[in-house]
Design a protein around this ligand. Structure first.
Ligand SMILES: *[C@@H]1O[C@H](CO)[C@@H](O)[C@H](O)[C@H]1NC(C)=O
Ligand SMILES: *[C@@H]1O[C@H](CO)[C@@H](O)[C@H](O)[C@H]1NC(C)=O
Length: 321
């Protein structure tokens, strides 16, 4: 009996404590995304339980944390009814904010890469206090890439390099290369990422091309840190020399491209020759069997077309494998 009496006494006390610590709550969006050079909003609002009427905020401190444990740098403060040493470029998101306004969101007016990180919002009201950490991620879009070649004037059948540059992006992205058939050539390239003083990345990628083994176009594409394509630029190679000089480079990807059509054309010619030979013979045979002369001429084109199609199929499949 005695123990249950104590329980009955303790229970309401626990409840009151739980409710009391829940009087005031700072609620923030866990992650905010800001764009370089634009305004960023770190959204936090103060929630109070329904039995608090007319809550009043006595103090707000917005701090930029350099590590999870540290005190942080005050970027925006409010106490005793006025702003407390606000840093330039930081203000309350709500215009003419005052202690009656439960929206304590922070606005960064000109977002820099250095603004990325964790921020702690500490709030003291006349009915309790709370704090919350929220994160800002900064993004900057990469410029449309530029592509040039080394040497500037590509000499047919000699090695050359294509250089692709894109700058002003954040976080670090990647450059990838594709030919006009959308095959990727990034493995033949090397990329270098430099971070300038403002934290933005400059990407440079060099694609090595072997003489005589080039496609007619190469596309350099810039992808952002989350793998989204931001922009691309296509470089047109100078037309190949009209001479036969560069056609047969053993082992180069170009060889199969050149050989395939030759096989098609070659077999076509042989097929046509055979057809002609056959025709001649059957004509002689038909003349003997008194067939009308017109029939021969009508029959010829269709036969040629059939010969064309049947020879075309195999080599093209070979070329794709
Ligand atoms: C807080 O204020 C900002 C600026 O006016 C606004 O964009 C945001 O939506 C507000 N947040 C809430 C939860 O009301
Ligand atoms: C990457 O690009 C995609 C699509 O354009 C975009 O939705 C995403 O926010 C970008 N991410 C970064 C980190 O820039």
């Amino acid at each position: 009996m005695a123990s249950s009496g104590i329980l009955v006494f303790i229970f309401p006390v626990l409840c009151i404590c739980a409710v009391k610590s829940g009087f005031v709550k700072v609620e923030c969006k866990a992650e905010n995304v800001g764009h370089y050079g634009q305004q960023s909003l770190l959204e936090c609002v103060v929630k109070t339980s329904s039995d608090v009427n007319d809550p009043n905020i006595r103090m707000v401190a917005w701090k930029k944390l350099t590590s999870p444990e540290d005190e942080g740098d005050l970027v925006l403060g409010f106490k005793r009814g006025k702003l407390d040493e606000p840093k330039r470029g930081y203000r309350f998101a709500e215009p003419s904010w005052d202690g009656k306004n439960m929206n304590v969101s922070l606005l960064i007016t000109n977002t820099a890469v250095a603004d990325e990180g964790d921020y702690k919002c500490i709030v003291i009201t006349d009915s309790g206090d709370d704090n919350m950490v929220t994160t800002l991620k900064v993004q900057a879009k990469y410029s449309v890439p530029t592509v040039y070649s080394i040497p500037e004037k590509i000499v047919p059948n000699t090695d050359s390099t294509l250089v692709c540059e894109s700058h002003g992006g954040y976080p670090q992205g990647t450059i990838r290369w594709f030919d006009e058939e959308k095959h990727e050539w990034t493995k033949s390239s090397e990329m270098d990422a430099k971070q300038s003083d403002d934290g933005l990345f400059q990407l440079t990628s060099r694609l090595s091309l072997l003489g005589g083994s080039t496609f007619s176009k190469y596309t350099c594409a810039v992808f952002n840190a989350s793998g989204g394509k931001e922009d691309e630029k296509t470089f047109e190679m100078p037309p190949p020399p009209s001479s036969q000089g560069g056609l047969f480079v053993p082992g180069s990807p170009e060889t199969s491209k050149v050989v395939a059509p030759l096989v098609v054309i070659g077999s076509l010619i042989i097929g046509l020759l055979l057809l002609l030979l056959y025709k001649r013979r059957s004509q002689k045979a038909r003349r003997n069997s008194t067939a009308p002369l017109m029939d021969r001429r009508d029959a010829a084109p269709t036969d040629v077309e059939e010969g064309y199609n049947s020879h075309e199929d195999e080599p093209i499949n070979q070329a794709q494998s």
